[in-house]
Design a protein around this ligand. Sequence first.
Ligand code: CA2
Length: 143
Amino acid sequence: MKLLIINGPNLNLLGLREPTIYGDRNYDALVKYVKECADAHGVQTEFFQSNHEGAIVDAIQQAYGRIDGIVINPAAYTHTSVAILDALKAVQIPTVEVHLSKVSEREAFRQISYVSYYAEKTITGMGFEGYKVAVDYLCEKYC
Ligand code: CA2
């Protein structure tokens, strides 16, 4: 089994700004943490971060036939991207959506998630731990 972990725009800046919302650990620490969670299940991981919507669409398309589960934090594209939703629907790979912050308690413009129309599960407000919940869910359901 192989999981693809996708992180959207600005998540490469983790730890540098807004620690009260997103925590003080950086993107490399997130990759290490999620990899350890997957290793505990004996599952392989691939990580992809991009600030570009089309690059995320390409990564989802390239997962077809190769990847068994997707964990995605589309960041700001969560609230705008029909293209990312359509790519997920096209490849039909089991997907869990993760957000570090509790988006339901934030601004009105964050209250829509296009990816939620496809994702099996959405985890918010748990910081890095949310990615573990997502990995555990996919491994337990599809391993
Ligand atoms: O809570 C989340 O994980 C979000 O997906 C994060 C996005 C935001 O647009 C979503 O509404 C909720 C923003 C990620 C920006 O990350 C930064 C990290 C450090 C410094 C500045 C931004």
